[in-house]
Design a protein around this ligand. Structure first.
Ligand SMILES: *Cc1c(COP(=O)(O)O)cnc(C)c1O
Length: 408
């Protein structure tokens, strides 16, 4: 077994099998568009293959007991996974990246850093699965969860106690696109000795990098914008803390929710166009949000890029642009109108998930957020008539024509 310290080293030098010279990395800092293609990724040392090969193997030959090339068993390390982890770490400006079989498996690993009696304060407008694993899985292990509107300034300061060990935020949130002030939340958490974790799935590091704003851990569902093609489920964590990386790497290996090499290949491939896709998602998202806001049959539009959005100023401060998620309600707030819209829409596919190249439309109350009790949804401002759009990278004119016919 390699020493624990070796297990946590997901930095670039550790991808090189032991016994060989580390691959030289350019000392020059890279800009984002260069990083997505090159950071942490070198041509394959054995064949020169430019694209990272799919190392479809569970185990690795050893010359003598314990003498190997840095890889022993694919739950622990896999040569397709290593460059992916390093690339994501570089994109988030973090030191250590870890990939998991899903976003939920990444969340699971973070909560396993805690002990019974510890308290978590989380935003009250979370991905439904995050709420579910907190309340239906980990609450039974003696970890306490409180859900608060952390997008309201001062809320955390008032609520945090010495028992609070972790503060969990999403920003922008799902599906109301509320914005939490990452720098401020992390500052308050740190002052009270709590870790801060930011689910950066909706923004991606192209738009916002929480570690640079003080977060201890960034979490991703890579399934969404990061992989970007709706063909793979995966999650990731990134941290700058050697200690957290060591503990999380231990959990990653001990609990075993690691992704397979084929899926790692797909995410590596998707990431290479992250910047181009996000640029178009942002452009299309803005055009559709503007179109909806001007539509006589549309009631409320939730889009952080609009000056009328309560989180707009903070979003402008911490994000480079506003991504492609737009939620809205129709005038009259009638369920039958929302259902008719979702049955009539053609180019947007009615489906769970988001962040792919294709546009999707979703009904949070019955789909992504059905695991949150109706009363709680209502209390948090999530109307049963809310429609959420994940605006893809098609031609915006075609998307608007589709919305026009479906709104009727
Ligand atoms: C999808 C999603 C998750 C869960 O990720 P999976 O890859 O589906 O397990 C967590 N957080 C957010 C914001 C998501 O959209």
């Amino acid at each position: 077994m390699p020493a624990e310290a070796d297990l946590c080293q997901n930095n670039v030098s550790s991808i090189t099998p032991r016994g060989k010279a580390p691959a030289p990395m350019s000392a020059k800092p890279m800009k984002f568009a260069t990083k997505v293609i090159h950071a942490g990724i070198e041509p394959d040392p054995t064949t020169g293959a430019v694209m990272t090969p799919i190392y479809q193997t569970s185990t690795y030959a050893q010359a003598s007991p314990g003498q190997h090339k840095g890889y022993e068993y694919s739950r622990t390390h896999n040569p397709t996974r290593t460059p992916l982890q390093n690339n994501i770490a570089a994109l988030e400006e973090g030191k250590h990246g870890l990939c998991f079989a899903s976003g939920m498996a990444a969340i699971d690993a973070v909560v396993k850093l805690l002990a019974p009696g510890d308290e978590v304060i989380a935003g009250n407008d979370l991905y439904g699965g995050t709420y579910r694993i907190f309340t239906k899985v980990f609450a039974a292990y003696g970890i306490q969860f409180r859900f608060l509107p952390l997008h309201n300034a001062g809320e955390l300061e008032r609520a945090i106690t010495p028992k609070t060990k972790l503060v969990w935020i999403e920003t922008p949130t799902n599906p109301l696109l509320n914005i939490a002030d990452i720098g401020e939340i992390c500052r308050v958490a740190k002052a009270h000795g709590a870790m801060s974790v930011v689910d950066n799935t909706f923004a991606t590091p192209y738009l916002q990098r929480p570690l640079t704003l003080g977060a201890d851990i960034v979490m991703h569902s890579l399934t969404k914008y990061m992989a970007g093609h709706s063909d793979v489920v995966m999650g990731a964590l990134v941290t700058n803390s050697d200690e957290l990386a060591q503990r999380l790497t231990f959990i990653q290996n001990a609990c075993g929710a690691t992704p397979g090499p084929q899926d790692c290949f797909l995410v590596l491939r998707g990431l290479k166009t992250l910047h181009l896709r996000m640029e178009r998602h942002c452009q299309n998202g803005r055009r559709i949000a503007d179109y909806l806001a001007a539509h006589p049959k549309v009631d409320k539009v939730y889009y952080p890029g609009h000056a009328s959005h309560p989180g707009h100023t903070i979003a402008q401060k911490q994000m480079a642009d506003f991504a492609g998620m737009v939620s809205f309600t129709l005038k009259g707030d009638r369920m039958e109108d929302a259902v008719r819209f979702m049955e009539s829409i053609e180019l947007f596919t009615l489906a769970e998930s988001l962040g792919g190249v294709e546009s999707l439309c979703c009904h949070p109350a019955t789909m992504t957020h059905a695991s949150i009790p109706a009363a709680e949804r209502a209390a948090n401002g999530l109307k049963d008539t809310l429609i959420r759009l994940s605006v893809g990278i098609e031609d915006a004119d075609d998307l608007m024509a589709d919305l026009e016919q479906a709104i009727g």
